[in-house]
Design a binder for this molecule. Structure first.
Ligand SMILES: C[S@@+](CC[C@H](N)C(=O)[O-])C[C@H]1O[C@@H](n2cnc3c(N)ncnc32)[C@H](O)[C@@H]1O
Length: 210
């Protein structure tokens, strides 16, 4: 089992009990995302954690495939979906690298609080771009630690070494936007509640290209 899977398995129960840090910002992100949804849409969420967002969005789309590297996160997510009688979300323990999806088959991909945890975010963004139908959207919410926390560049590897932190990559908002546009996305919506908060971006695949 990878370091990352072990780390997230270990904290899954406590993660599921943590209250949402900024409820107003979370609600706004849900609302903005929902404006892109249609009832016939096929959605993927990667790094879905304990499933709250997928469960909340489920009534607004046809189906959500929600994956996470951590089997413990998925267990909790499935339990919550069963308790709420949600039938159109499929939870699977799978990494974004292991996932195979046919090209141009998805309407929306959600990657929330995950891009800064990947060693290969450019590859993942390119993969998401391929999976999306023309005109499809990629919704991300990402800590861009390069904007503010330079000391984090020193702390993060130590925290990871001690098993206290997951892998965390440091990049700026500008670098994230560039990664998305380099992959062929256009930034359709950009919002950051405040300077130290995650950057919320809706990126759109062009309607008429591959
Ligand atoms: C910070 S949590 C975010 C969870 C959820 N998206 C949220 O916003 O609350 C990051 C999640 O990504 C998962 N994860 C980390 N690396 C992953 C990978 N390579 N593929 C899929 N999931 C991954 C972790 O297990 C964890 O549940």
């Amino acid at each position: 089992m990878s370091y990352s899977a072990k780390f997230w398995d270990k904290i899954a129960e406590s993660y599921s009990k943590q209250p949402i840090a900024d409820r107003a910002a979370y609600q706004k992100k849900l609302q903005v995302t929902r404006e892109y949804f249609k009832p016939d849409m096929e959605v993927l969420e990667f790094g879905c954690g304990t499933g709250s967002t997928a469960i909340t969005h489920a009534p607004y789309v046809k189906h959500i495939r929600a994956i996470d590297i951590s089997s413990k996160m998925i267990e909790i997510a499935q339990r919550k979906a069963d308790a709420e009688n949600i039938k159109n979300v499929t939870f699977e323990q799978l990494t974004i690298d292991e996932l195979t999806v046919s090209d141009r088959t998805l309407d929306v991909v959600l990657g929330l609080s995950i891009l800064h945890l990947l060693s290969n975010k450019e590859e993942v963004i390119a993969k998401v771009h391929k999976m999306l139908k023309p005109g499809g959207i990629f919704v991300t919410s990402t800590m861009c630690l390069g904007d503010t926390m330079n000391f984090f560049k020193v702390i993060a590897p130590i925290g990871k070494f001690l098993g206290l932190m997951p892998l965390v990559k440091v990049f700026t908002t500008k670098e994230l936007s560039n990664s998305l546009t380099d992959a062929g996305f256009a930034i359709d919506y950009h919002w950051q509640p405040s300077k130290d908060k995650a950057v919320f971006i809706v990126a759109k695949k062009a309607a008429l290209v591959d």
